[in-house]
Design a protein around this ligand. Structure first.
Ligand SMILES: C[S@@+](CC[C@H](N)C(=O)[O-])C[C@H]1O[C@@H](n2cnc3c(N)ncnc32)[C@H](O)[C@@H]1O
Length: 238
């Protein structure tokens, strides 16, 4: 994570916004790599996520969580030195509008850090992660929740190039060599898939979903599981 540490070190006593914070997992990565921040605020539209993140970071005075929609956030212009958006690009539509909002609340010399898991290229164990993720995304979409499949590096570059930011640098984070990895055992994966099936047990497509889940279980049993490669992008206002 040396490159990330170098980027963050340019912003002593910074104010940081983490959009689509979920349970705050990217804040965890930020704080492992950087301690010289004044405040980190995580926002998310999900109250469940905000409550869990608040609980997880309850001992951290400089870290706060607010339920807020990224498209209508009420922060003053030019509030933040750094804005982060991790594994959320594929949860959001109308990205140019979102990035306009981010630019409004970012200081003129600030940066945006986008972190996103890749759909390709992946090893066979990493494909287990992609299969599970895409299965979850398909179920979310059936339930009316925005959740697209993950992107390739060139998909992400295309999306970011349509925003009001330019890409200063980007690099992959491979779970073999970096600390973003999470290890799961096969029974955890099977349990997770069964929980997902419960969410759509009344769907007319339940037979299709059950077959998909069984195919994924077979893939995981055969090849194991490893976290998909993630790609970090450092952006600056154009
Ligand atoms: C996959 S999670 C990412 C969590 C975390 N950032 C990470 O890297 O693991 C995507 C999050 O984006 C949130 N989200 C979706 N639309 C949003 C919006 N318009 N404003 C803020 N958060 C949003 C979802 O509720 C979800 O918690």
């Amino acid at each position: 994570m040396k490159k990330l540490q170098i980027e963050l070190a340019n912003f002593p006593q910074s104010t940081i916004l983490d959009i689509g914070t979920g349970y705050g997992s990217f804040i965890e990565i930020l704080t492992k790599n950087f301690n010289d921040y004044r405040e980190i605020i995580g926002i998310d539209t999900s109250q469940t996520a905000i409550d869990a993140a608040k609980n997880h970071f309850k001992d951290y005075e400089r870290i706060k969580f607010i339920k807020s929609d990224a498209f209508t956030m009420h922060f003053e212009n030019e509030t933040f030195d750094i804005i982060t958006l991790s594994n959320s690009l594929h949860h959001l539509h109308n990205l140019p509008t979102l990035f306009d909002q981010m630019r409004r609340v970012l200081k003129k010399d600030g940066i945006v850090i986008v972190n996103e898991m890749l759909s390709d290229p992946l090893t066979l164990p990493q494909i287990s992660h992609r299969l599970i993720h895409h299965f979850a995304a398909e179920i979310d979409r059936e339930k009316g929740i925005i959740h697209d499949e993950t992107f390739t590096e060139s998909d992400i570059l295309n999306l970011l190039n349509k925003t009001c930011f330019k890409i200063k640098d980007h690099w992959p984070i491979n779970n073999e060599s970096e600390d973003l990895s999470v290890s799961f055992d096969t029974s955890w994966v099977h349990g997770t898939l069964d929980q997902m099936l419960k969410r759509i047990q009344n769907s007319a497509q339940i037979e299709y979903y059950t077959n998909q889940a069984n195919l994924i279980k077979n893939h995981v049993s055969q090849h194991g599981f490893s976290s998909a490669t993630q790609m970090l992008f450092i952006l600056q206002p154009k």
